[in-house]
Ligand binder design. Sequence first.
Ligand SMILES: Cc1ncc(COP(=O)(O)O)c(C=O)c1O
Length: 395
Amino acid sequence: MNKGWRFETNEAQYVSEVLSNGFGASETGAFTERLEHAFARKHNQKYGIGFNSGTSTLHAALEAFGVGEGDEVIIPALTVAMCGYAVTHANAIPVYADVCKDTFNIDPEDIKRKITSKTKAIMVVHIYGLMCDMEAIEKIAKDNGLYILEDCAQCFLATDHRGVISGTAGDVGSWSFENSKHLSCGDGGIVTTDNPILAEFMRQYGGVGFKNITASSGKVRISRDKFQNPDWKRHNILAYNYRLPEICAAVALAQTEKIDWLCSLRKEMGNAYQKIVKQSKTDILIPQVVPNGYTNSYYTFACLFNGEKYGITWQEFRKKYMELGGDGIYAAWQLVYNEPCFKNQKIGWGRAPIAEKLQRNLMQFTCNQKNRSEVEEQASCLLKTIEYFESNKQW
Ligand SMILES: Cc1ncc(COP(=O)(O)O)c(C=O)c1O
């Protein structure tokens, strides 16, 4: 089985260029810069900045907003713990907002309820590949003077009803290149923004604080004569080393060159599952609702499992699906506030009753199939599983 099919265009050549340059490219940031330009251009944004993960991106963006001790950042309760980590890394307090029961995305009405005098930013997470209601959230942010950070780790090139691309509606868009994502370089991340002040801060913050890093370039050694001088002072801010390694940037660039293809494969798989579920006679699976005019980029095909109504357990359905050749079904993570690392220390506030109900019953079907025949195979496994339960149960 070829596990490397996603990395068969320019990846190996670019990696070998980094090596044959003896990592010389690291000094000039050659591949990182090429990646940043290509990714930002694809999103019609002025600046792209490579990071070593989609967690460090979130942290750096919050720091760029000036989020600090005592500030509150509203995040959805239904997301990965890393969203909460980023807020706590910035010494701020995560405030958990509920999600909409049909789209599974953060609920703008609950954001409004959770705003206090301490709120500084809203971190939206476009979950499973579908954009949040950014039109409503932009208005809330504007009315209340708040920053918006869009976590697009699971959402590449999705659009809303206005045709706005995920990651370009707020102040900063953040992506992960971890291996399960639409684009991967093993581990990595990137942010985009149109704001030169935020861009410069994020670059310096993730670039160990070198003061000569600018909004558009991560080059450290601009002039050797200036730099190699005992009087040269390098660092103005306390910062982190969140840099994207050149080898990872080389892979991420090759991936960005074929971003449309990689995203179209996910959409093909998502649409195929969607068709099967729509044809089903029962409501055993209720798919994530894609609002009119939106496109879902299908990180995964997410559904609310409704089988308990018919006496079928979540585990039973998953087991049968896999027996019939299904690739696997992911469960939702714990809500952020239920993860022991937050719960035990009572970090953050705000309950999310809808998210609590959803969490136990969510099912995510994989969308990382490599070609039409794999897509058809997975869709047919889902069909067989639904038919199995339909024919074996009393409806
Ligand atoms: C929604 C979301 N945000 C953030 C992250 C963190 O990304 P990384 O694993 O690159 O740190 C992930 C990764 O799983 C994610 O799914």
